[in-house]
Design a protein around this ligand. Sequence first.
Ligand SMILES: [Zn+2]
Ligand SMILES: [Zn+2]
Length: 278
Amino acid sequence: MFTDSHCHLSMPELRAQLPDILQAMSQAQVDRALCICTTLEEFEDVYALAHDHDHLWATVGVHPDNDDVQEASLEDLLSRAQRPRVVGIGETGLDYYRLGERTVADMEWQRERFRTHIRAGRQTDLPLVIHTRSASDDTLAILREEGGFAPTAGQGSKLPAARGVFHCFTESMMVARAALDLGFYISFSGILTFRNAADLREVAAFVPLDRTLIETDSPYLAPMPYRGKTNTPAYVPWVAKQVAELKGLSVEAVAEATSLNFEQLFNRVPATARSVMI
Ligand SMILES: [Zn+2]
Ligand SMILES: [Zn+2]
């Protein structure tokens, strides 16, 4: 019934307790999860999860925060995207939150990496899983430039426009509008349940239900009442519950809609039989 659109089950703290997590997911009616890749080095582990479990799926990508890892060429992404259980490209995007000694100008490698992922998304027509932190202007600007939204006579104009989701959304209403205008979905994590997230709850109330996804981003960001503990996909119903409260809907309706949205965006995932709403 529930779909976790973004988790990191390949990370050691979750991978070590996988049987327990899978059982907790089943008890919580979380019957699907997307395992997100953050480095090429990690890809085979992420893929193995999807290969071994019918209800787990995988992406391929290099997270913008990872600066001491193998860089992904377009070919690296395209070849892995051909594997049957890869359903998206990412996570990718821009993150200027941990600049340290560096300036935004120093982050050209990150912008170039993001462009490569957008190209891979367009060439495969797979959705992008976008991570943006303290970098929304550049994220949107690069997406507009590279994403094929303006009709141009240039190279790549025959490819489909980029599509995807802004994951673990924590940005403003303006950024949400801009993402929606580009046809993107918006995914909310456990942050939505935090006491100090009133602005974000306003954004979630505004985002149309048919463009909303839910996720855990586990092992990070456990929703209330588990804040501070290790997160797992079994906690995604708490995010659904918060979205339901904000929109005046039942949890079942939010579970249903976000699962359907997941299938429509990650359209290599087959539709599952769904209980009829009465
Ligand atoms: Zn992220
Ligand atoms: Zn993530």
